[in-house]
Design a protein around this ligand. Structure first.
Ligand SMILES: NC(=O)c1ccc[n+]([C@@H]2O[C@H](COP(=O)([O-])OP(=O)(O)OC[C@H]3O[C@@H](n4cnc5c(N)ncnc54)[C@H](O)[C@@H]3O)[C@@H](O)[C@H]2O)c1
Length: 314
């Protein structure tokens, strides 16, 4: 795999037994490949089995305590916890449901890791934990003031991780992802796949607000790179990860038009509650660990389009 800096014989990962929750998903699928490339032994737990039958999968609902107990087996070197309710809109419609997976199940997974002496936990968090700070760059040092149930559950889980490091000495790191895009997101409903579906079907997209809101879009391989770095360096605490440059939604649409060659007309609708007007990230701590994003938006979007582009009839 390119772009993830996983190397065969990686001393930090070779022979390590790593549980990846949500390992059949968008980011998880890509991470599992990188971990295998680095020589790790990977166990996936997810609603769905990992597509590669050679990867051991514990299939089931992580809200079920029995599934969690089976997944967190003794002898693991670490867990990367990615499974979550990932939709902000769904979290607003069903805050209780989101809490059960993103907080309750996470708390129990951490407890199982403590009991079974799993020394390391990486957690997929989000920059939405800091809430609206205007165009102030978001760093690890800002206080947590989430604006949605999704952000609140991620912030709550981060607090649990902090306690397990503080009291039990577990090496825990909450990697706070920006807006992630890349290959493997056909099942997703986030904005990049919406743009791709619109381009493929000669359709358009709806934009909440006027499209000037700033976001940091980061390629999935750069996120995988950051997770491997967090593992190798033994980083603890939060870590802000993104591309390090912010783009307006209108600029994103323009890039999608360039990459796909489709006109993608836009209908602007009122902004949703909890939407942040700007996300500007300070990725200097990740940079100091050696993180270097490889993709810009144009090269990154070009890796997504082939999975959506209509097949040419010869
Ligand atoms: N994609 C992004 O832009 C983004 C940004 C910030 C944070 N994150 C976080 O990264 C993580 C991975 O996100 P993704 O984009 O790969 O999402 P995804 O939906 O593609 O993957 C999540 C996986 O978790 C599994 N899962 C969900 N609920 C489960 C349950 N109850 N039991 C078992 N498995 C369950 C799903 O089947 C899926 O395979 C999530 O924690 C998400 O909150 C993602």
């Amino acid at each position: 795999m390119t772009g993830t800096t996983a190397q065969r014989g990686d001393p930090g990962l070779e022979g390590k037994r790593v549980l990846v929750t949500g390992g059949a998903g968008f980011i998880g699928g890509r991470l599992v490949t990188a971990l295998l490339d680095a020589g790790a032994e990977v166990i996936v737990t997810d609603h769905h089995p990992h597509p590669d039958p050679a990867v051991k999968s514990v299939v089931g609902d992580l809200c079920d305590p029995e599934v969690r107990r089976t997944a967190v087996s003794a002898g693991l070197d670490g867990m990367v916890h990615l499974a979550a309710v990932t939709s902000v809109l769904r979290s607003i419609e069903d805050p209780g449901g989101v809490y059960r997976l993103n907080v309750e199940a996470t708390a129990d997974l951490l407890e199982l890791c403590r009991e079974r002496e799993v020394p390391r936990v990486l957690f997929a968090s989000t920059n939405a934990v800091t809430g609206d700070v205007g165009d102030t760059p978001i760093s690890e040092r800002l206080p947590l003031r989430p604006l949605t149930p999704y952000g609140a559950t991620k912030a709550a889980a981060e607090m649990l991780l902090s306690a397990y490091t503080g009291v039990y000495g577990m090496q825990t790191c909450a990697v706070r992802f920006a807006n992630v895009y890349g290959p493997g997101m056909r099942h997703k409903d986030s904005f990049v796949p919406r743009l791709m579906r619109a381009a493929a079907s000669d359709g358009g997209v709806q934009v909440y607000g006027d499209g000037t809101q700033l976001r940091d879009y980061v390629h999935v391989d750069d996120i995988v790179q950051s997770l491997l770095l967090a593992w190798r360096t033994g980083r603890t605490g939060p870590l802000v990860v993104g591309s390090g440059s912010s783009t307006s939604v209108n600029e994103l649409i323009e890039t999608a038009r360039t990459v796909t060659g489709a006109p993608i007309p836009v209908e602007y609708t009122p902004a949703k509650a909890g939407e942040m007007p700007a996300v500007v990230l300070d990725i200097s701590e990740a940079h100091a660990l050696g993180y270097r994003p490889h993709h810009d938006l144009r090269s990154g979007m070009a890796t997504v389009w082939p999975e959506f582009a209509p097949v040419e009839v010869a």
